[in-house]
Design a protein around this ligand. Structure first.
Ligand code: SF4
Length: 349
């Protein structure tokens, strides 16, 4: 059981972050935001697989101009990612975004920052301050070098500009592409403030390597009880980020998404095409919304014992397989009927 850090609660378009609320899964589109239709289609795909907050880059006025249309066509909170240009932040809020990712220290004069903060306050729109190890301020780099201290100080400096204006509706992120540096930065930030933390490893890599790197980094941070929302950053289809995020949260017992699936790695005792069976069962189970554990095991020797850990499972042997339900062997069925019988029995649970 993970003891989660106590953080204050913020509300991103109806989704609550922090304060013991479920850890929220985010992603970011990689379409051109100016192409509203493509962006809406991608967000819909993300919604379908379980994305709970989505962020879009707003690099120019045309992108900000597309927000209204995008917002009207989607069902999850929308966050605008702004660098430097405060007018784009104002335009995005006017168009109805539910959150801004913006670093107040980078948007210029106090008047400009105040304009953004006042508008955010009027709409109760949270700001996420996102510090990246690759773009720290020169003074902090001179003081600490690229380090967790520099990252945390940078984020708190940005936050202070806003809290000094009496606005505390803030989340922080402190990302680096180094797992250990990121972990250290989140540990430091977790004790230095009570803002909700958005956790991720930046520039993690492609779907295969980036998923593993993110699972290690985000997993370590979450296991320490730190983190209120996560984004897995992958060079690939953003829906992959959602699958990865769900698996990370499931592995730590922090969230449950439908059926929990386990399967053995196969070995010299396996006499059936267990990989195909496991793929098929996992795919069928991913469509079910049941709070159960399903096991697929590759032999009648160890399989039934291991499958007992699950609510239901199969131990597949040559030409036949055993269905194990709630710790008991239920029946022996021919191999070709194994998946069908298993799925029928799952329905009864
Ligand atoms: Fe091998 Fe059986 Fe264990 Fe699977 S359950 S790894 S087939 S011994």
């Amino acid at each position: 059981m993970i003891n989660r850090r106590h953080s204050r609660v913020i509300d991103v378009g109806g989704v609550k972050l922090g304060g013991g609320n479920p850890i929220v899964i985010q992603s970011m589109t990689n379409t051109d935001t100016r192409n509203a239709e493509a962006t809406i289609n991608q967000i819909k795909s993300l919604e379908e697989v379980g994305c709970e907050i989505v962020r879009v880059a707003v690099p120019d006025e045309a992108a900000a101009g597309a927000i209204k249309k995008i917002k009207a066509s989607i069902n999850i909170p929308l966050v605008a990612d702004i660098h430097f240009d405060y007018r784009l932040a104002l335009m995005s809020m006017e168009a109805g975004v539910d959150g801004l990712r913006i670093n107040p220290g980078n948007i210029g004069s106090r008047e400009r920052i105040k304009a953004v903060v006042d508008m955010a306050r009027a709409g109760n729109i949270p700001l996420r301050i996102g510090v990246n190890a690759g773009s720290l301020e020169k003074e902090l780099l001179a003081k600490y070098g690229v380090s967790a201290k520099a990252m945390v100080e940078s984020s708190l400096n940005h936050a202070k500009i806003v809290t000094d204006m009496g606005y505390e509706n803030i989340a922080l992120s402190l990302k680096a592409s180094s797992v250990l540096l990121t972990v250290e930065a989140y540990e430091l930030a977790a004790t230095a403030c009570d803002f909700p933390l958005h956790v991720g490893i930046t520039e993690a890599g492609t779907v295969r390597s980036g998923t593993i790197k993110s699972a290690v980094g985000i997993g370590i941070i979450l296991a320490k009880g730190i983190g209120d929302t996560i984004r897995v950053s992958l060079t690939g289809d953003p829906t992959e980020e959602i699958y990865a995020a769900k698996e990370i949260l499931k592995s730590l017992g922090l969230r449950r998404f439908g059926v929990e699936f386990i399967s053995c790695p196969t070995c010299g005792r396996t006499e059936v095409d267990l990989i195909a069976i496991a793929d098929k069962v996992e795919n069928l189970c991913s469509k079910l919304n049941k709070n159960i554990k399903v096991a697929v095991m590759g032999c009648a020797v160890n399989g039934p014992g291991e499958a007992k850990e699950a609510d239901i499972g199969i131990a597949a042997g040559k030409g036949y397989g055993l269905i194990v339900k709630k710790g008991e062997i239920l029946c022996k069925v021919p191999e070709e009927k194994l998946i069908e019988t298993l799925m029928k029995e799952i329905e009864t649970l």
